[in-house]
Each structure stands twice: as C-alpha cells, then as structure tokens.
Design a binder for this molecule. Structure first.
Ligand code: ADP
Length: 635
C-alpha cells in the first residue's frame, strides 16, 4: 500500500502552529489528554458492544504508557474502539467545531498573555502531543475491522497515511520526543518514575487501569526483570466523602474527566438518598465554550450506573438554559444498558434532573445574594443562556418564574448590573412601567435622543444591549406587575404633570399642522407608517419609533441576520416642534409639497432618524452629498 500524503485542514494547521510554538506553559498535560482519549475510546467500545455482540471485548480494558529511553519515545496504547481510515482523516486532520475560525482570529489579535487565556478555553486534545514531540505516529484499528492504518506527522501541515497490520483493535500513539523532553532539561519523559508521577497527578481517576512497565532488579547477577504495575487508583472521586476531597483534586478531576483546560469556577457535589439514589458531581466552567450557542454544542451530563459508565452526554437531566453545566450523575437506580429513548421516559432521570435544576438555581440565587461580584462574573460569561432560556420558555410560566430573578441588566443609573427586583424597588411611586431601551452597547443607548428627557426627569432605564434582551423582556411582558415599556415604541409616554402639559401643547400644534405631517410622510415614501409630532424629545430634532406589537428596529436587524427579512418594524417618524428645523420645514412646505427643497429636507430628516437608530439609510450617498453641500456653504 502506498503512503499517502495529505494536508491538514487550514484551521487545524494554524492551531497546530500555535501548539507547536508552545503557547502552553504546562508541557505535561499532553499525557492527560492522550490518556483521556484512550479512556473515551474504551468507553465507546463498551457501549457499542452492548448492542453489537461481534464486538464483545476480546480482552480486559487497559491503557499502557511506555516511556523508552533507547528510542526516545513514549507510547500510549489502548484497546478501545479504534478508528477507520476515514475517521482518522476526520478526527485527526480537522477540527470540526463551530467558532474555531473566530477563535483563531481572536487569538491572532491578542497579546501573548491574553492568548494563553484564550487557548485555554479551546482545548486542543490530541494536538497537545506536538507540544513535546517532533514526530507523532498513530496506529489504529477499528473494532470489527481487520486491518489498521498508520498516521504520521511532524505537525507542520502535512501528514502521511498508510495501511498497516495491527493484531488487535485499539490505538497506539508513539511520540518521538523533542530533545528538551528526554532528560537534557527540566523534563525526562522517558523516565518511568517521572511518568508514573504524572499519571498519578493527572489521571488517577481514570476508570480503566493505566499500566506501566518497571524494571525490577533481582540479585546482583540476575538480569533485571520487568514488572507490570497499575499506576492509577481508579477509585471514582465522586464516591469519596466530600469533606475528604481537596479543591485541587476536584480541579484535576474535571480537567481529566471532562477535557477541561481550566479549573472550573463552581463545583457542586450532591449525594441524595431519597426516592431515587444518586450522586452528582457538576461544575460551571470558568469560561463559556466557544460554540456554546452554536448548534453543534453538545450539552449533557455523563451518566454512570453503579460507577460504570453508560453515556457521555445525557441531555435529559437539565434544561437547555443550563447547557453550560458539565459533570456526571451516578445512580444505582438506572439500568446499565438503557437506551436513549428509554432514558427520555425514565422517571428516575426526571426526578434527578428536577432536583439538580432546583439545587443549581438555589446555589446561583445564593451567590447573587451573598457574593454579588462572583455572580456578576458568572453572569458576564453565561447570562445569555438564561435570557435565551426565558425566550424559549414562552409558554412555560414556571420556567420564566424560576429565571426572572436571576436576570441582570445594566441600567442608566450607573451602568452597573441590576436585577429586575432592584430596579422596581428604586422606581418612584409615580412610575408605572419598567422603561427599556435597546442598542448595540451602553454608550449608543445613552446617546439616543429619547434618553434625554428621562435623564432629566431622573427616571431609570433598563439597557437591552444583547440582541436576545428585547426578546426576553417581550416574553416576560411584566415583572412585579409592572409592564416593560420601550422608550422607542409608539405608545411610550411619561405621565407626570409636566410631561402631560407638554403633550397637550404638542397636540395643539399637531392639529394645526396636519397637512404638513401628511406631506412629510408622502415625501419620504412608503417606509414610514406615520409622521407625527413628539413630546419625548428635548434637544433632538427627530427620532424614529416603532409600532407596538411587531418587531423593533433592532429586532428587525436580528431577524434579517437570521435570514428572516419578512419581519419588519412599523416605523413612525417623530418631529420635535420645538426644534428650529421644524420652522425651516414649515417655511419650505410653504413653497408647495412638491418643492424639491421641501422633499429633500424630509428625506434627510428621515435618513438622520435612521442613523440615530443605527440603521443604514437606503441612500447613504445622497445623505453624504447633502451634508457635503451644507458644509461647503456654511464654512
Ligand atoms: P476531543 O477528544 O476533544 O474530541 P481530540 O483532538 O483529543 O479531541 O480527538 C479528536 C477525536 O479523535 C476524538 O473525538 C476521537 O474521535 C478520536 N480519537 C482520539 N484519540 C483516540 C483514541 N485513542 N482512540 C480512538 N479515537 C480517538
């Protein structure tokens, strides 16, 4: 069989360059990564063999780690599921993960300290082999097939593939170590005792035996003999008493068990012995997975029954808005060979899931009350999940109720995060609604002309800066019996005496300007439903507001980005009758409604109102020309 040369997928190649140039300060972790891949492969074979008797395990599961001084290699082998040729190409030659490209772009822009932090979130798994190796060989045979395939690469862009013989299913990985890892410097990865320590440190809880060879010297004249020893304890961490487990042990456990690159931010270790008996060991990671909000993100908890692994991602325990929670559930009340379909209907799974959900919410609620900084930090990373959760619970009042008190929004008070309860608590008695404003960030909302009046009246506005926010409050509709009211919607009005007085005055002016308003609307064309006078502006000349019911302008943008351009906002242009430009408009109107000067001012005002809302006018060049003319004549 010829050797075939192949190229890594472009993104994989870039990631490899980063790994090889060793952004990782911790060189040892390659071992943990390869051992946990080996352990996963054994899990997969076990699960497959439950339904496919041809795959019945030929031998007891085991992982071998063999450092070798003579060949300057370290070999990690397993008798797990193995890979076919196509799987090697798909799994080892490509990184099929949403967000990889964005991630690499971000990485390129960041400083090296930030880069370390970032790459920590990625987890490069198998590629970590190249941190310590100048060449990596992977020989694998898929269980149920009878020939193997050998993959070789020096990690620079190409790899070689060739068919080969392999006696048993499973995978062997041979790392040809770089000189700095064979004893000349800080590390000697060919030393069995050094490697034994690393296995104990990083992989002690792996549930299959990790075996190593040790030379045992006999009497002086005897040749040394080789003794095989199991170096990991294999005792599942979660079966131990909480009080006896250190934070370091938990951290290491999550890293090795869940392929996490950082210690988790929060840990929950729960044992229950009620109607259903179970132990759960859950964590909230420090950072959100890069693909957390992409469709290829796989949520779910590992499932064990009597410490035997059953399933990698059981989705039936936690609701989608807790998708970022990782960990495992071990319950003796679940049968070993349960199928996914049966799991969904399992009463035990439901009971456990409900209890875990309740527990997590309780802990988070407690964090919000007792350690605000910590909660806000959590919120910055994962808050979006809860907001999406509310949106997706449109018909599930109970879910909304359990989430609404955990939501945070920045507000106009001081830009800091506020809960809805805190906002309502601060509302003056005369204020009947919760005022909201949407925009791409705090500063663009603060500069909205509609904000001026509220600021002057000392009224607080909830900032909706994430595209999902508006949808979230739309679903909630009310909080503590106060409705959410956007300050850029048609119906918004302030009901204090002063505001009512201004409104009455504006209405008077409007009555005598009905023709003008109609003609402005005609001049703009069909884009706006109505042109009217406003009492919500102070110094601003114009603003655009949207009709009740339909999407807002920013929701329209979100829909368009999701390829739903048919959801359009109803636009209403509002003019400030107290602004000088209004007088100008009246004067030009006197020239006749078809006068080019009048029409031009109308379309310009409309373009400006769009720009203020962050929407591109239909004819930006026209606007640019007008502004240029204006400047030329006035300077
Ligand atoms: P991850 O383990 O996070 O998926 P890796 O880069 O470590 O990422 O591995 C990519 C894929 O290659 C794995 O998901 C698995 O399908 C396959 N793989 C890696 N190591 C082995 C192994 N020892 N046996 C079988 N398959 C493996």
């Amino acid at each position: 069989m010829p050797v075939e040369k192949m190229q890594f997928q472009a993104e994989t190649k870039r990631l490899l360059e980063l790994v090889v140039n060793s952004i990782y300060t911790n060189k040892e972790i390659f071992l943990r990564e390869l051992i946990s891949n080996a352990s996963d492969a054994i899990d997969k074979l076990r699960i497959e063999s439950l339904t496919n008797s041809d795959l019945a395990e030929e031998s007891e599961p085991e992982i071998f780690v063999l450092p070798d001084e003579k060949t300057k290699t370290i070999t990690i082998s397993d008798n797990g599921i193995g890979m076919t040729r196509d799987e090697v190409i798909a799994n080892i030659g490509t990184i099929a993960k949403s967000g990889t490209k964005d991630f690499l772009d971000k990485l390129r822009e960041s400083t090296s300290a930030a880069a370390q932090e970032l790459i920590g979130q990625f987890g490069v798994g198998f590629y970590s082999a190249f941190i310590v190796s100048e060449k990596v060989e992977l020989i694998t045979r898929k269980a149920g097939t009878d020939s193997g395939v050998k993959w070789t690469s020096d990690g620079t862009g190409e790899y070689e593939l060739e068919d080969c013989d392999k006696d048993t299913p499973g995978t062997i990985i041979v790392l040809h170590l770089k000189p700095e890892f064979i004893g000349d410097g800080e590390y000697n990865f060919t030393d069995a005792y050094e490697i034994e320590q690393l296995v104990k440190k990083y992989s002690d809880f792996v549930r299959y035996p990790i075996k190593m060879n040790f030379e045992v010297k006999g009497n002086e004249n005897d040749e040394p003999t080789i003794e095989i020893r199991i170096v990991n304890s294999m005792k599942p961490l979660w079966t131990r008493n909480k009080s006896e487990i250190t934070r370091e042990e938990y951290d290491e456990f999550f890293k090795q068990q869940l392929h996490e690159w950082e210690a988790p931010r929060e840990i929950f270790h729960v044992k229950a012995e009620g109607t259903v008996e179970y132990t759960a060991l859950l964590c909230i990671p420090k950072h959100a997975a890069l693909n957390l909000y992409y469709s290829d993100y796989e949520a779910g908890l590992q499932l064990y029954s009597r410490h035997v692994f059953i399933m990698e991602k059981c989705k039936d325990f936690l609701p989608d808005w807790l998708r970022f929670v990782k960990g495992l559930v071990d319950s003796p009340d679940l049968p070993l060979n349960i199928s996914r379909e049966l799991l969904q209907q399992s009463v035990e799974v439901k009971v456990i899931g409900k209890a875990l959900e309740k527990n997590l919410l309780k802990q988070l609620g407690k964090m919000l009350r007792d350690d605000r900084d910590k909660y806000e930090d959590f919120w910055r990373e994962f808050g979006k999940s809860f907001k999406i959760g509310v949106y997706n619970s449109m018909f599930d009042k109970k879910a909304q109720d359990s989430l609404k008190d955990l939501l945070l929004f920045q507000t106009s008070r001081d830009g800091k995060f506020s809960t809805l309860a805190e906002y309502v608590e601060r509302m003056p008695e005369s204020q009947k609604q919760i005022y909201t404003a949407a925009g791409k960030d705090v500063s663009s909302i603060e500069r909205l002309p509609q904000m001026e009046l509220l600021r002057e009246r000392g009224l607080e506005v909830l900032y909706l800066t994430d595209p999902v926010d508006e949808f979230t409050v739309d679903v909630l509709r009310t909080y503590a019996e106060k409705t959410f009211q956007s300050i850029t919607r048609e119906n918004f009005e302030l009901d204090d005496a002063e505001s009512q007085k201004i409104k009455a005055e504006v209405n008077e002016i409007a009555k005598s300007h009905e023709d003008l308003l109609k003609d402005v609307r005609d001049a703009i064309g069909g884009e706006v439903k109505e042109v009217r006078l406003t009492s919500r502006l102070k110094s601003g000349a114009v603003c655009l507001v949207t009709g009740e019911g339909g999407p807002s302008l920013s929701q329209e943008k979100t829909f368009a980005a999701m390829n739903n351009p048919m959801f359009k906002a109803t636009q209403i242009l509002e003019l400030n009758p107290n602004h000088a430009i209004f007088g100008k408009l009246e004067n030009l109107h006197a020239l006749g409604k078809d006068a080019p000067e009048f029409k031009s001012l109308c379309t310009t005002l409309y373009s400006l109102a769009l720009l203020i809302e962050g929407v591109m006018p239909t004819d930006p060049v026209d606007l640019a020309d007008k502004v240029t003319d204006l400047l030329t004549n006035s300077l």
